[in-house]
Design a protein around this ligand. Structure first.
Ligand SMILES: CC(C)(COP(=O)(O)OP(=O)(O)OC[C@H]1O[C@@H](n2cnc3c(N)ncnc32)[C@H](O)[C@@H]1OP(=O)(O)O)[C@@H](O)C(=O)NCCC(=O)NCCS
Length: 138
């Protein structure tokens, strides 16, 4: 039975391996050894994993800053795709964010990741006319 639960530290190695495989272009500050401890310090219950028989099959990382909710790190193990796990992770994160009072969600898709964009469109997310900008404070 597949369950969506909050992450716990015993799952680090599996999540690290999943993210390395699924997000090879992520910069070092997004890698698990940096991103996971940071997330566990802030709204740790919004870091969700899909598990079956103790094995991690997928992740999603959410946050609510009091104005908008954000979704990151949606990843499903390549052998477990198209079984509804991605959908379950998104809906579970949405539910937790709504419980906190969040009324609008945002996310970013890397240019060229058309499959993910199709998935998000099916989930009800619309492409919005924004330029995504960022700056490192590290
Ligand atoms: C995107 C991703 C999370 C989807 O996970 P998933 O568990 O396969 O998704 P679901 O099974 O819930 O898919 C729901 C529906 O989305 C659509 N969909 C999912 N993956 C798709 C793909 N690769 N191409 C086109 N449509 C897709 C399908 O309509 C699917 O329903 P169906 O299987 O009945 O046709 C997964 O492909 C993944 O981990 N991709 C790599 C990481 C990534 O790009 N993450 C998003 C970063 S923004």
């Amino acid at each position: 039975m597949i369950e969506v639960v909050s992450y716990d530290e015993t799952q680090f190695a599996e999540v690290d391996a999943l993210w390395r495989a699924v997000f090879p272009e992520d910069p070092p500050h997004s890698h698990a050894p940096v991103a996971i401890p940071q997330k566990l310090a802030v709204q740790r219950d919004l870091f969700l994993v899909a598990v079956e028989g103790g094995r991690v099959l997928g992740t999603i990382l959410a946050g609510y800053d009091g104005h908008r909710g954000w979704l990151y790190k949606l990843a499903v193990h390549p052998n477990a795709r198209r079984c509804g796990i991605g959908t379950r992770l998104v809906r579970a994160a949405e539910k937790k964010l709504a419980t906190r009072g969040c009324t609008k969600l945002n996310l970013q898709v890397r240019a060229g990741n058309d499959e993910a964009a199709r998935f998000w469109a099916l989930m009800g997310y619309a492409q919005e006319p924004r330029i995504s900008m960022g700056r490192s404070l590290a």
